[in-house]
Design a binder for this molecule. Structure first.
Ligand SMILES: CC(C)(COP(=O)(O)OP(=O)(O)OC[C@H]1O[C@@H](n2cnc3c(N)ncnc32)[C@H](O)[C@@H]1OP(=O)(O)O)[C@@H](O)C(=O)NCCC(=O)NCCS
Length: 178
């Protein structure tokens, strides 16, 4: 059954959410972030954490962490507890992010996804994100490749052509991203 969007609330992540967020993190990822990783992320000036909460029970069902850059937002983490998936919870968070874009400020959202995260790739595709590049060996640990996915506000005047899909090694990608 689809969740009633009006029953979901996306709000800032606060210290009190930490245990629940760690629980969801462990439920979702083979190499979960630690409490320290979250604390470091949230205390960084350009990083913002948000949770999605079900209004009746105030139960946190998922969370996201995103970074602010000059012309784009980068989604560093998004997760929904397994038992609440395919009910529109992830969509509520992406809608919140999309509402932060504007033609005179940030016009893009990016996300780097593991090659094995097929479900997440399909999720982003459903919001018109496009895979624009492959970063070889990007992830620490198993050296898995990353797909860079990007959503761009539709151009209002000329039709901008999407750049060709690129494959880069880690250092080249870092330079390209700047
Ligand atoms: C990716 C994720 C956040 C999606 O959350 P969700 O709440 O299940 O997403 P939604 O219910 O809002 O899905 C919206 C649409 O995305 C697409 N989608 C989502 N999951 C999908 C899947 N497993 N297979 C195919 N399409 C999928 C569908 O089009 C879906 O619409 P529909 O259900 O009407 O068909 C969730 O699967 C997750 O937490 N994955 C593990 C963590 C992860 O890999 N994060 C990304 C890297 S940080």
């Amino acid at each position: 059954m689809k969740t009633d969007y009006s029953a979901l609330h996306v709000r800032w992540m606060i210290r009190r959410d930490q245990d629940r967020v760690l629980e969801i993190e462990k439920d979702c990822f083979a190499s979960p972030w630690t409490r320290g990783d979250f604390e470091r992320a949230i205390s960084t000036r350009n990083k913002i954490g948000m949770v999605v909460e079900e209004l009746d029970e105030h139960q946190v069902l998922g969370f996201m962490i995103y970074e602010l850059f000059g012309n784009r937002l980068n989604l560093a983490r998004i997760a929904v507890e397994k038992r609440y998936r395919r009910e529109g919870v992830g969509s509520a968070m992406i809608r919140k992010l999309l509402s932060k874009l504007g033609y005179f400020r940030r016009t893009m959202i990016t996300a780097k996804l593991r090659e094995s995260e097929l479900e997440a790739q399909l999720f982003f595709k459903s919001f018109d994100f496009r895979a624009i590049g492959l970063l070889r060996g990007y992830f620490d640990g198993n050296g898995e490749d990353a797909y860079m996915m990007r959503y761009r506000l539709p151009s209002r005047c000329t039709r901008k052509r999407e750049p060709a899909f690129i494959c880069l090694d880690r250092d080249d990608w870092k330079a390209w991203e700047k």
